[in-house]
Design a protein around this ligand. Structure first.
Ligand SMILES: [Zn+2]
Length: 252
């Protein structure tokens, strides 16, 4: 079974609008949309019934409402609310500590995030594979939208590292999946899915980088920060020594 998911707060808002009505002097489209979505998902009403309820509510709740003027706009909004969500979640998704520790062996934070998102995509569906066509859905899961090209490159990098392997011409399967273990991240709805990368960053204590020299992870303070504190100290010391040596040899 596949179904659309209401964000938790959308559900609360929708219920509130149903209870208190639209009210006010003018129509707010966000409210129309939320109520339509709520009526569809909570009661399973069809498009015509929802349109009729909304028109009726508008007429009785909004002062001087002109049904004729708003007919086609209401139609459009109801139609939008009838659309299924892209992020269908067939079942609750759990990411385990075993999976997280495997992902954390990847010495590149962006690749870790992609690996996590791919795992979520695989676990949320019915099959056990990631379809390459789903690349389109990955990008919005990142707080700052990432290009499809960058994700494709990450996917082939993960294949090269044997974290992903080909299941068919059009699908990949993660080798780091492991349903046994402690549930670390739980995803029940779209809102949580869209927040997955953020949650992971929080879990790691902030954005991570891997030292260019020793590959140790560290929390960068600026974007140009590429060495861990120890390597930075060493490289500074070394530069200082070289400088001193030069200076001494000049003085002699
Ligand atoms: Zn280092």
């Amino acid at each position: 079974m596949s179904y659309s998911v209401l964000y938790t707060d959308e559900k609360t808002e929708g219920k509130l609008i149903e209870e208190r009505g639209f009210g006010g002097d003018s129509l707010r489209w966000r409210e129309v949309y939320l109520l339509a979505k709520y009526l569809r998902l909570e009661y399973g009403y069809g498009r015509n019934k929802i349109r009729n309820i909304i028109s009726y509510n508008c007429e009785s709740e909004i002062k001087g409402f002109n049904a004729f003027k708003y007919k086609s706009s209401i139609d459009t909004v109801v139609k939008a609310a009838m659309k299924k969500n892209e992020y269908v979640i067939d079942k609750d998704v759990f990411i385990t500590d075993t999976e997280i520790s495997k992902i954390q062996t990847i010495k590149n934070f962006f690749l870790q995030k992609v690996a996590l998102v791919v795992l979520f995509m695989v676990k949320r569906g019915r099959g056990d594979v990631f379809k390459l066509s789903e690349v389109n859905f990955i990008s919005p899961l990142f707080p700052r939208n990432v290009s499809k090209r960058k994700i494709r490159i990450a996917l082939s990098e993960l294949q090269r590292m044997k974290f992903l392997k080909r299941a068919s011409e059009t699908s990949l399967v993660p080798t780091y999946r492991s349903d046994e273990g402690l549930k670390i991240i739980e995803i029940y709805n779209v809102g949580q899915a869209l927040n997955l990368v953020n949650e992971y960053v929080k879990f790691c204590g902030g954005e991570l980088k891997f030292c260019r020299r020793c590959k140790q992870s560290f929390h960068p303070t600026t974007t140009s920060h590429v060495l861990c504190d120890e390597c930075k100290r060493k490289s500074y010391k070394k530069r200082h020594e070289v400088y001193n040596k030069k200076r001494r040899s000049k003085n002699v």
